[in-house]
Write a protein of this length. Structure first.
Length: 558
């Protein structure tokens, strides 16, 4: 990932790191982490965090950890773990041997909770969840203390031990930090740090019936691993005082605690980003799974045809800030176009074919015409395209009664077939329903491409494929998931784009597509960039996903 690692002085987090190194804080070490919860697939917003954390570690000669924050067995599943690992590897990040689980620290977290109890900084509470909410107060009114807040250390130790030993039912008791019920920060009003939950954990099985809350576990995990800069999204800013409080009150970490730094989340236009909403779309069948190419998940973008380089470039381009903003999705599309324009071979594909018979071309004759694989990358060489009497062109490239400035094919008009000859339409063949099924044309053999022909000019050039040699394909055209730039999450299902996926069958592609591999990418002339989908069946059916169209609506600011 070193090709795209310009987290320089304009990055406010890098400025903090520069100051820390200058002051020899953490012995000038830089150690970051990415802590996903295994309760769903990662999306493009997570990619921003991954690239940021890994990029900062790499730039500063530091280390990067991958840690699963698996503190809630009710929502987590082992099936998500491997997918997350695969996605992060695919992005190009390397955590070396530093793959960790929060659940590996459950024993230590329990010991630290006992330490807080012994210091008079935590207590077992019998209030119900509803009562705790009621006692917490509001943003304008202070909370009130639980009647169980002043239990003795010995009583709290005994009760907490019984919680661990499966004496109580779910919700019967909790362990709370003892801080300040009048704090203006509601997160500091004696937050719950342990709850009883009789759930089998994907990593620890049934060893535990009590589980730490994320806000308590998070700073401890960071500190155990020696993380120096704990980089979080902005919603954790109000939680930072509790993060600091935990580390300041535990003997092992108070000397030089990890510092939490927050940055703004990524939001994209026309894109649902909330994980629970994405999960709803999957579970209710609005999409074809977490890796549906319409989804903003890393797996979905990969299946769509995005490259890791394009996503890293995008994350670099949008930068890092402390204020929320919405990024135009056209910027993400621009990134993949820029990445593929020099990499992707060109090819011709006809998505809605109509047959053209060149009546004066010899029957049985086949010519192999030469074409550049990518005019912008001459090193990619050339290919041979078969040409014969019958070809397919796009149905939209012919009109029987064209408007002005229609420069494609119509009766009496002449156009060039790309890499081939001029043809003129002489006759339109229709079926009994009046539908056009065939065009009869003649060609001029003196107008062959590549022969130096300098005669008359034509305004239209059409792509085509040989009817005899072309290969059938299914082409999936993907569009934005949401119809509107911005939308209300409360009724987002009503705002889904009904044309976000259009499947075209009977498409025709060049014959050498049969020799290509799954996940090979191409530019279909005039149609956009496409990838061979894994649904392709060898020798039976070719399936292509459109990654992005050729037209860009985003321009880089100077």
């Amino acid at each position: 990932m070193s090709d795209n690692n310009n987290y320089d002085s304009v990055n406010f987090i890098q400025k903090i790191i520069n100051e820390d190194k200058a002051n020899n804080k953490y012995d000038s070490r830089v150690h970051t982490r990415f802590p996903p919860e295994p309760n769903g697939y990662l999306h493009i917003g997570h990619a921003k965090s991954i690239c940021l954390n890994y990029g900062l570690a790499e730039k500063n000669g530091g280390k990067f950890n991958l840690r699963f924050d698996d503190t809630n067995p009710l929502k987590e599943d082992e099936t998500y773990v491997q997918t997350i690992i695969d996605d992060i590897k695919w992005l190009g990040c390397d955590w070396e041997d530093r793959l960790f689980y929060a659940s590996n620290y459950f024993d230590k977290m329990y010991e630290y909770a006992v330490e807080l109890i012994e210091k008079g900084l935590a207590y077992v509470d019998d209030l119900s969840a509803d009562e705790i909410r009621e006692y917490r107060g509001t943003l304008t009114q202070p909370g009130k203390e639980s009647p169980y807040r002043n239990r003795t250390v010995e009583e709290n130790i005994d009760l907490f031990t019984k919680m661990k030993d499966d004496v109580y039912k779910d919700g019967e008791k909790v362990l709370r930090a003892k801080i300040d019920m009048a704090s203006p920060n509601i997160n500091m009003r004696d937050p719950v740090i342990y709850r009883i939950m009789h759930q089998t954990h994907h990593n620890t099985g049934d060893k535990w019936c009590i589980y730490p809350m994320y806000d308590y576990a998070h700073p401890i995990e960071d500190a155990i691993e020696g993380i120096t800069h704990s980089i979080c999204t902005l919603e954790f800013e109000d939680h930072r005082p509790f993060y600091d409080w935990v580390l300041e009150n535990l003997n092992d970490f108070k000397e030089e605690p990890t510092q939490q730094i927050e940055f703004a989340k990524l939001f994209l236009t026309k894109t649902m980003m909330g994980k629970r909403y994405l999960k709803q779309m999957v579970e209710e069948g609005y999409v074809d799974g977490w890796d549906d190419p319409r989804m903003p998940t890393i797996s979905g973008l990969r299946k769509r045809g995005y490259t890791p380089e394009s996503i890293r470039n995008f994350c670099e381009e949008i930068g890092v800030s402390k204020s929320h903003s919405v990024v135009d999705i056209a910027m993400l599309e621009h990134s993949i176009r820029e990445d593929l324009k020099l990499k992707a071979p060109r090819t011709m594909a006809v998505l809605n074919p109509i047959k053209v018979i060149i009546t004066n071309y010899p029957e049985g004759k086949v010519e192999y015409l030469e074409a550049d694989n990518n005019p912008e990358s001459p090193e990619m060489g050339k290919r041979k395209i078969p040409f014969c009497r019958e070809v397919y062109i796009e149905r939209e490239d012919f009109m029987e009664q064209p408007p002005k400035k229609f420069y494609r094919l119509y009766p009496g008009n002449e156009v060039r077939l790309r890499h081939a000859y001029f043809i003129k339409c002489n006759e339109v063949i229709k079926n009994d329903n009046g539908e056009i099924i065939e065009l009869h044309c003649t060609y001029d053999p003196e107008t062959k491409s590549g022969t130096g022909f300098t005669g008359r000019k034509v305004k239209g050039t059409l792509h085509w494929v040989s009817a005899e040699h072309s290969v059938d394909a299914e082409v999936r055209l993907y569009d934005y998931m949401m119809q509107e730039e911005d939308f209300d999450k409360t009724n987002f299902l009503e705002k889904l784009n009904p044309k976000s996926k259009v499947v075209l069958n009977g498409c025709k592609v060049e014959p050498d597509m049969l020799n290509k591999k799954i996940e090979d990418r191409f530019q279909f002339l005039r149609h956009g960039y496409f990838i061979i989908d894994k649904d392709t069946e060898e020798g039976k059916k070719l399936v292509f996903n459109r990654i992005v169209s050729l037209k860009s609506s985003w321009k880089k600011k100077k």
